[in-house]
Design a protein around this ligand. Structure first.
Ligand SMILES: Nc1ncnc2c1ncn2[C@@H]1O[C@H](COP(=O)(O)OP(=O)(O)OP(=O)(O)O)[C@@H](O)[C@H]1O
Length: 240
């Protein structure tokens, strides 16, 4: 789906991301874990074309993306962050906004918004102001707002980290079901091993701007290499 080759991202002459090769297969769920400042958000911004690398090649669905990214390509991606950044209007309008900006017909907007409000179990909040929601409700609206656009790739940067355990586990389960059904390729940055273990098929361990291990999540966690073990080792042993 997306391939990176010889990617370097430099900030103020310092290399903060160096990825010789990375590929994300269609319909997969990929976790990214690593210490604070390792470059996880930078990798996510590079994969989602929000930030252009200093050098290297990015391929999307077999076509190399050079120069500026077309609006059409950008529209295949959706990003949800830890902070839901909702607008001061109703839940319905927040979810409808992206479709309105794409000039979709009114009837289609209504049908799609209603479908996604229902799918995320937030239909009852439709008329409520989005700034008056709990953290869990706001994150559901945030994810509905992303999924209503029918993205091919969904990028999630710690979307569950501010939620309490029951709220988080219910949302993760619902989102996993949705992603499986829609076969949406998904990238999840998380610091939570349980989240990663439940949600992702593949896992990349990023340390000091480099991917130190990448493979099936179960393999990476059960057979960590020395660098992965030094990062997650004790925690992994305590939990599993
Ligand atoms: N605009 C910038 N200018 C200079 N340095 C930057 C800039 N953006 C990021 N960095 C640096 O790049 C490194 C990687 O940042 P990034 O946000 O990608 O890490 P991260 O793994 O997502 O961190 P965290 O887990 O704390 O969110 C950090 O050392 C950060 O300080």
């Amino acid at each position: 789906m997306i391939t990176l080759e010889n990617i370097l991202v430099k900030k103020k002459d310092k290399t903060i991301l160096s990825v010789p090769h990375f590929s994300l297969s269609k319909g997969s769920t990929c976790g990214i874990m690593g210490p604070n400042g390792a470059g996880k958000s930078t990798l996510l911004k590079t994969l989602s074309f929000l930030e252009r690398p200093s050098s290297g090649t990015i391929t999307f669905q077999g076509a190399e993306i050079t120069g500026s990214v077309s609006l059409e390509t950008r529209r295949h991606f959706a990003v949800a962050l830890q902070q839901s950044l909702l607008l001061d209007t109703s839940v319905y309008q927040n979810v409808a906004l992206g479709l309105k900006l794409r000039n979709r017909p009114k009837r289609e907007i209504r049908e799609r918004v209603e479908f996604w409000l229902q799918t995320f179990s937030i239909s009852h909040l439709s008329k409520k102001n989005a700034l008056q929601l709990s953290g869990g409700e706001a994150q559901r609206v945030n994810l509905a707002r992303a999924m209503v656009l029918g993205p091919k790739v969904l990028f999630l940067d710690e979307p569950f980290s501010a939620l309490d355990f029951p709220t988080k586990s219910k949302l993760i389960k619902d989102l996993k079901d949705i992603i499986n059904k829609t076969e949406t390729t998904t990238v999840l940055i998380s610091h939570d091993l349980m989240e990663i273990k439940y949600f992702t098929e593949n896992l990349a361990i990023l340390i000091d701007g480099q991917i130190k291990q990448y493979g099936a999540t179960a393999d990476v966690l059960s057979n960590p290499n020395a660098e992965t073990a030094a990062f997650i080792g004790e925690w992994n042993k305590m939990l599993y």
